[in-house]
Design a protein around this ligand. Structure first.
Ligand SMILES: [Zn+2]
Length: 303
C-alpha cells in the first residue's frame, strides 16, 4: 500500500500581522519524516511510476512525500533535510509563475490576507461588487467553511464561491499590487529555472497545472490547456517526460473522474488528489489519495 504525505509552506517563522499563511517548520518536518521512516519505506517517484500496481497491492507500507505550488522554501528548507535523511520526494509546480511571470491567485490571497484584516477585506469586497451576502448565503458560508470563524467564512465564501475567477483575480490583484512588488514576490516565493532543472534531473518534479484552477468545474478545453501547458513547459525545460500531476485543491469537485481521464489522455501516468486515504490495489492511478501532512503521524491534527 501507498501513503502520500503532502506539504505546502516550509518556513521557520509564520508570523504575519494577520495569520493567513500556515505550514510546518523545518524542525517539525524533520521530526515527522523520522516518525514516518519508522512505519515504512519511502519510495522514488520514478520507481512508483513504473511499479504503481505492485506498490499499491503490496502488504508493505510505502510512503511518498509531495509538495504543492513550487515554492522556493521547499527547495531551500525541505530538500536539504530530505537529502540528509536519503528520502526522495515529488515537487509540483504551476507554470503560470514562470511563463506569464504572475504570482498565483491563491498566493496573492494568502499574502493580501496576511497584511489586511478580514473585516477590511470584506468591506472592500462589498464595495467592489456592490452587493452583500444575504442571510441564506451567510448560513451556507458557515457550513462550507466550518473550521473558520464567522467573519473569515463569510469572506472566503464570498470570494471563492460566489465570484468567478476573473472577478476574484481583478479584486485581489488590485490590493496585492498596492502592498507587494510582484517581481520581488515571484523571485522570492517560487523556485527558479536552475532549481526546477535540478529536480527534473533527479526525477523529483511534477505538474500542478498552469494557473492553479479547480479543474473539475471547468470545460474540457480549459482542463486540457491547464494540464498540457505545464507538461510541455517542464518537458522542454528538462528534456524528459513529466509523468505526474497533482490537481490544484484536489477535492472531489476539483479532481473529478473526467479530469483524471483527460490527464491520462495527455500522457500523465499518475495523478494526485487531496482526498485523504491510503492507496491500495483498486485505486485509479490518475486519482490517487493524498493526506495533508497534518493528518498523519507527527502532524498537528493527528489523533
Ligand atoms: Zn496548490
Amino acid at each position: 500500500m501507498l501513503t502520500v504525505s503532502n506539504y505546502h509552506y516550509i518556513r521557520e517563522n509564520f508570523a504575519t500581522p494577520y495569520p493567513s499563511i500556515f505550514g510546518v517548520t523545518p524542525c517539525d518536518f524533520r521530526k515527522q519524516l523520522l516518525m514516518l521512516k519508522n512505519e515504512g519505506d519511502f519510495i522514488e517517484p520514478k520507481y512508483l511510476v513504473e511499479n504503481l500496481k505492485d506498490v499499491m497491492e503490496s502488504a508493505d507500507h510505502h510512503f511518498l512525500i509531495t509538495f504543492d505550488d513550487g515554492l522556493k522554501e521547499q527547495f531551500e528548507n525541505a530538500l536539504p533535510i530530505l537529502d540528509e535523511l536519503h528520502i526522495p520526494a515529488l515537487f509540483f509546480i504551476n507554470s503560470i509563475n514562470h511563463i506569464e511571470k504572475k504570482v498565483s491567485l491563491v498566493h496573492q490571497i494568502h499574502l493580501v490576507r496576511s497584511v489586511v484584516s478580514t473585516a477590511s477585506l470584506y468591506e472592500n469586497l462589498v464595495h467592489h461588487t456592490n452587493r452583500k451576502l444575504n442571510q441564506e448565503e451567510i448560513q451556507q458560508a458557515h457550513q462550507f467553511y466550518r473550521f473558520d470563524d464567522h467573519q473569515s467564512a463569510a469572506l472566503k465564501y464570498f470570494l471563492n464561491v460566489l465570484l468567478d475567477f476573473t472577478t476574484q483575480e481583478k479584486f485581489i490583484n488590485g490590493i496585492f499590487t498596492k502592498h507587494f512588488n510582484e517581481k520581488e514576490i515571484l523571485e522570492n516565493l517560487y523556485m527558479n529555472t536552475d532549481e526546477m532543472q535540478h529536480l527534473i534531473k533527479r526525477g523529483f518534479l511534477g505538474s500542478h497545472t498552469h494557473t492553479h484552477l479547480p479543474l473539475g468545474i471547468y470545460e474540457e478545453q480549459t482542463i486540457l490547456y491547464e494540464l498540457e501547458t505545464t507538461k510541455k513547459y517542464l518537458e522542454n525545460l528538462g528534456g524528459v517526460a513529466i509523468d505526474c500531476v497533482a490537481y490544484p485543491y484536489g477535492t472531489k469537485e476539483a479532481a473529478t473522474e473526467e479530469v483524471g481521464r483527460l490527464a491520462k489522455q495527455l500522457g500523465y501516468k499518475i495523478g494526485f488528489t487531496t482526498n485523504p486515504g491510503l492507496n491500495e490495489g483498486s485505486n485509479n492511478p490518475l486519482l490517487l489519495n493524498r493526506f495533508d501532512c497534518n493528518d498523519l503521524i507527527g502532524g498537528k491534527n493527528y489523533k
